[in-house]
Ligand binder design. Structure first.
Ligand code: URA
Length: 231
């Protein structure tokens, strides 16, 4: 009998291996990290310092935010994290329970899958930036309501303007719709390169959805390949 923790660890490794092998297959088994050859960072350190300054100004404005009802249930506001120099930003929907507890984006089960997806393209969390449309956890992890998105999205937009990445990757419907100001379904938004204020935008499935619908991982991998191509 294999203990639960060992089983979890094992399935974690297998998942990691699956994403890695996808990367190898697409990259032609050239390197240990198939897509790591090109630097993803886009700016000089002075640009990165000014991006940091802008981000910290936005962070100060959001401190103890009570602009919408979501603040009532939050333990921590989840601003976003990663490299201010990064050419790649992932945008999710909003914090879940683990994120709310730790004040960091994508640290729960969906976050673990996102880590693997990032690893499969030859990067790691420290080399990308990860944030969400809404910064406080919606109750019971429900989809953010229109007024909550409308209140919080301007801060996301300012984060993206400060970061000025080469590519934005929207994770799931809420992020894609908030960035594009549309109500189109994700099936119509993924599989092509769109644009957010002139920055290439790739929409893909949310990792939480991929955990529930693993058969869609191949499609998500196609989207990640597009991200790599754009980088
Ligand atoms: N889901 C999201 O959309 N964002 C997170 O930070 C975690 C889970």
């Amino acid at each position: 009998m294999i203990p639960d923790r060992a089983q979890n660890q094992l399935s974690d490794w297998l998942e990691q291996l699956r994403w890695y092998l996808w990367g190898c297959r697409e990259g032609g088994l050239r390197d240990w990290q198939p897509y790591a050859a090109k630097p993803v960072e886009k700016t000089q350190s002075s640009d990165s310092a000014s991006a940091m300054e802008k981000l910290s100004r936005i962070g100060v404005e959001l401190h103890e935010c009570t602009r919408c009802g979501l603040h009532r249930g939050r333990a921590n506001l989840v601003f976003g994290e990663g490299s201010a120099q990064s050419g790649l930003v992932f945008v999710g929907e909003g914090p879940g329970a683990d994120e709310d507890r730790l004040g960091r984006p994508f640290v729960g089960r969906a976050g673990k899958l996102l880590d693997k997806m990032i690893f499969a393209i030859g990067l790691d969390r420290s080399r990308v930036y990860i944030c969400n449309v809404v910064k406080c956890r919606p109750p019971e992890n429900r989809t953010p309501q229109a007024d909550e998105t409308a209140t919080c999205a301007p801060f996301l937009f300012r984060q993206l303007e400060a970061l000025a990445p080469k590519v934005i990757c929207a994770l799931g419907l809420s992020a894609a719709q908030a960035l594009l100001g549309t109500t189109e379904p994700i099936s119509r938004l993924r599989g092509k390169v769109l644009s957010w204020r002139g920055i290439p935008l790739v929409c893909t499935y949310h990792p939480a959805y991929l955990l529930r619908s693993p058969q869609q991982k191949a499609a998500a991998w196609q989207d990640l390949k597009e991200v790599i191509r754009l980088l």
